[in-house]
Structures are given as structure tokens and as C-alpha cells.
Design a protein around this ligand. Structure first.
Ligand SMILES: [Cu+2]
Length: 288
């Protein structure tokens, strides 16, 4: 019956159905591999800061605008290809070369869509740039290959590098399965500790080549450039303490994949206690 109506062999419809079924089966299987679980792998994380939530909502808005434009444009195109092809007797209207009304419509609609998308995007850029009134300043220095964190004015400064287990397993012929190492290549010896519910400003720089400090759950990524200080900020939601992981996001040489970032977001009281312990330990280490 299809053949009579559309003139397309049933075999083609069967192939399309098989392809869609295969994609439908493969996608959830792929998504289940995600460390965040389920479909998380296929999208940005919502994150735990006001910036990350803003970035996520702008991303989703742009995504759905693109999806609906795609459905509309490809829908009209596919419908035209199937129902108005030459073999069905369609003849192109070669006299149609200009239509002012149509041109006004297809110029105005995209302009309105772009302005509608630019407003939340501008709001996001202003939010990301607003690093004033920070409650804690941390200088972040990237190097080949790791990060140095200095709590400005607190007498605490340490280096954070790939953890020993990941390092050992990553060596050639180590005989250690990476699957046996928890958070392989995503763990450090000395995580950055920050208090939740506190505006933390980062002063980001580097000593050798360009690196980039990136923690997806915070919605921030800042280039670490030698001789230049970039600023960024985040405030982890007060009810979202936890361990958040990131990595260097600027190809910086052989060890680029071996300089992860781990942030331990703790309560304000725990942070003060940690800061005291850390300052005392560093003082003792310096004087010994
Ligand atoms: Cu790097």
C-alpha cells in the first residue's frame, strides 16, 4: 500500500526502522557507562553552584531552541523530498525568485530568537564575572604537572598532584589494573579544601605553560596563564558538601592527563578546623 502511495520500496522503511531501533538500544546502554549514571553522560551536570545552574539552564534553553528549529526545518525538508519529488510529477516553480513578505518573516524570527537567547547568556556572563566581595581567596598555580594552592593570608599553601595509586598503575607494564584503582587518574594526594556556602575567589596563574582549572560541577573553567592572573569564583551550595572532581582543560604537555583536580567541600566549622590543622602542620614542616 505504501508503495502505491509513496512509491518507496518497503525495504527502505524496514532499514530506517532497524536503524532507529539500534540507536534506541545503543544509547541507553552507552549512557549507563556514565560515572554520574543513566543519561548523565550525555549532558552537562547541573552542578552545585549558582553559576553551574545558570550555565545549565542556558545550555538547555539553547539545546531545545536548536531541537525545535531542527525538527521544523528537517520536517519541511523531508516532507518536500518525499511528497514533492519529480517522480511523483512535481514541477519546480521557476518564476518564484523573490518574496518580500517571506524574507521579512525569515529575518525577523531568527533575530527575535537570537535576542531571546542573548539576554540570559549576558546575565550568565555578568554573574561569572562578578568576583567581588569574596570571603576566601585562593591562588591557584598550574605547573607541569599539578596544581599549587595558596590560601591567601591564611598561611596555608600546598601542592596537589596525581595520587600515588593512579601514578603506579599508569606506569608502563605496572601489572596493576586501572580498574582496581578508585577514581583512576581522577584522584590527588592533597585535595583543595573549601567551605560550603562561602564565596571563594580563585586567582589563577601558571609557572610554565598554559593550563586550565576546570571543575564541571562548579560550572567554571579558567585558563592558567604564566605571568597573568585570571580570576574566577564559586560558592558551593550550603547543603551540597562533597567531593568534586575536575581536571586540567588545556593541553599542556606529556603529563596533561595526569593533573586532576579534587575539591573537598566541607562545612564552615570543618573548614576552620582543617585550616588550623593544615597551618600548624605546614609550620612544623617548615621549622623541622
Ligand atoms: Cu593540562
Amino acid at each position: 500500500m505504501y508503495r502505491a502511495r509513496l512509491g518507496i520500496r518497503p525495504g527502505i522503511w524496514l532499514s530506517i526502522a532497524a536503524l532507529l531501533a539500534a540507536a534506541g538500544a545503543a544509547l541507553p546502554a552507552m549512557a549507563d557507562e556514565s560515572p554520574r549514571g543513566g543519561w548523565g553522560l550525555l549532558n552537562l551536570p547541573v552542578g552545585v553552584t549558582s553559576i553551574s545552574r545558570d550555565v545549565y539552564s542556558i545550555h538547555m534553553m539553547a539545546f531545545w531552541v536548536c531541537v525545535w528549529i531542527g525538527v521544523l526545518v528537517f520536517g519541511v525538508m523531508i516532507w518536500s523530498i518525499i511528497f514533492h519529488r519529480r517522480s511523483r510529477g512535481a514541477v519546480a516553480d521557476v518564476t518564484l525568485v523573490h518574496n518580500t513578505k517571506v524574507e521579512i518573516v525569515w529575518t525577523t524570527i531568527p533575530v527575535l530568537i537570537l535576542v531571546g537567547m542573548a539576554i540570559p547568556a549576558a546575565h550568565g556572563i555578568v554573574l561569572i564575572g562578578d568576583d567581588a566581595h569574596s570571603q576566601l581567596d585562593i591562588k591557584v598555580t598550574g605547573f607541569q604537572w599539578g596544581w599549587q594552592y595558596e590560601y591567601v593570608g591564611k598561611g596555608v599553601s600546598f601542592i596537589s598532584k596525581l595520587d600515588a595509586k593512579s601514578m603506579a598503575a599508569s606506569e608502563l607494564d605496572s601489572g596493576i589494573s586501572p580498574y582496581s584503582v578508585p577514581h583512576y587518574l581522577r584522584n590527588v594526594d592533597h585535595p583543595l579544601v573549601v567551605p560550603v556556602g562561602t564565596k571563594v575567589r580563585l586567582l589563577v596563574t601558571a609557572v610554565d605553560v598554559i593550563h586550565s582549572w576546570w571543575v564541571p560541577d562548579f560550572g567554571i573553567k579558567k585558563d592558567a596563564i604564566p605571568g597573568y592572573i585570571n580570576t574566577s569564583w564559586f560558592e558551593v551550595d550550603a547543603n551540597k558538601p562533597g567531593v568534586y572532581r575536575g581536571q586540567c582543560a588545556e593541553l599542556c604537555g606529556r603529563g596533561h592527563g595526569y593533573m586532576p583536580i579534587v575539591v573537598d567541600a566541607v562545612s564552615k566549622a570543618d573548614f576552620q578546623a582543617w585550616l588550623k590543622r593544615e597551618a600548624a602542620a605546614e609550620k612544623a614542616a617548615a621549622s623541622s
